[in-house]
Design a protein around this ligand. Structure first.
Ligand code: GUN
Length: 298
């Protein structure tokens, strides 16, 4: 028995992408500017390769200039920084993204902070993080996954979350901390939980909005969830399953979907929930950067 509405991130992302494609054509016509996205990938991690391929495909379908820089696993830090310097100066590139994680010999922080803030479409630069924390969202690049989650939450509950309680599970820089800042900016009362939180189930059971971003398959159970809550599952876990006697890998979220959908008011599936929204928001940030380069946006 399913009580919850299944939030269709795939259709929502497709609608956003269609708008971005239209606006991209208009920008090209009015200002002869084609948004450009450069994606840097180091090594041959299969999951990262899939993400990067999807980003390239989306950029091309929006009508962007799309460049992919594939660097060997053994690339040196100075060589990565040289490439970023070149992309920072390239006027055809409005967005730069270095796919994470990076191999251990590369310093993630030095590399992400080398991207010029005005092309930081991932929203990882301290300038953009600072603007987000200060509530200056209008001229910050907000990280794509949290930005996509917020759109899905706003679709369900509106843009003003006054009086709502939100619990974020996970305190990562990519998802947990920025989504908490966005929820707070929308007037929700926000709690960030993590591996040291005591009685997580009890904390979560108070929430009108639950965002799960921990990377532990099926961790969030039905008896943690308040009836009618909006549940956003950011987890993308690859789990081995035996189907018809054959071992296959399946994508599973951090929420036990089958259980929780009986209690929740609305819930994102995995796949088809937050994942497509992340890519759509990357396209939105890149278009915005291109429009900013023409002085069309703040
Ligand atoms: N790896 C996993 N998620 C992300 C993301 O949002 N941006 C980048 N650059 N790498 C990632």
């Amino acid at each position: 028995m399913t009580a919850a509405k299944q939030i269709d991130g795939k259709t929502r992302a497709a609608d956003l992408t269609a708008n971005i494609t239209r606006e991209t054509a208009a920008l090209l016509k009015s200002h002869s500017i084609k948004p450009g996205l450069a994606v840097v990938i180091v090594g041959d991690d299969p999951a990262s390769q899939v993400y990067v391929r999807n980003k390239k495909r989306a950029a091309e379908s929006c009508g962007f200039y799309s460049a992919q820089h594939v660097l060997a696993e053994s690339v040196s830090q100075p060589d990565v920084l040289k490439l970023i310097e070149r992309l920072n100066a390239d006027t055809a590139v409005h967005g730069i993204l270095v796919q994470l994680p990076l191999p251990d010999h590369l310093d993630e922080q030095t590399i992400t902070q080398a991207i010029i803030p005005t092309k930081d479409v991932d929203g990882f630069h301290f300038i953009n993080i600072g603007k987000l924390m200060a509530g200056r969202i209008s001229d910050a690049f907000v990280p794509c996954t949290p930005a996509g989650c917020m759109l899905l939450i706003e679709d369900e509950l509106g843009t003003d979350l006054s009086g709502k309680t939100a619990v974020v599970i996970g305190r990562s820089n990519i998802v947990g901390k920025p989504i908490a800042a966005l929820l707070l900016q929308a007037n929700a009362t926000v709690t960030i939980t993590h591996s040291r939180t005591q009685d997580l189930a009890k904390v979560v059971s108070d929430a009108d909005i639950v965002v799960a971003a921990v990377g532990r398959p099926g961790m969030v159970r039905a008896d943690w969830i308040k009836r009618g809550a909006v549940v956003i599952d950011v987890g993308i876990n690859r789990v081995e399953k035996i189907v018809d006697g054959k071992a296959t890998t399946q994508l599973t979220g951090d929420v036990d979907y089958d259980e929780v959908c009986v209690v929740a008011g609305a819930i994102t599936p995995v796949p088809g929930g937050v994942g497509p929204m992340t890519i759509a928001m990357l396209m939105a940030n890149t278009l915005r950067s291109a429009r900013m380069s023409a002085g069309l946006e703040g």
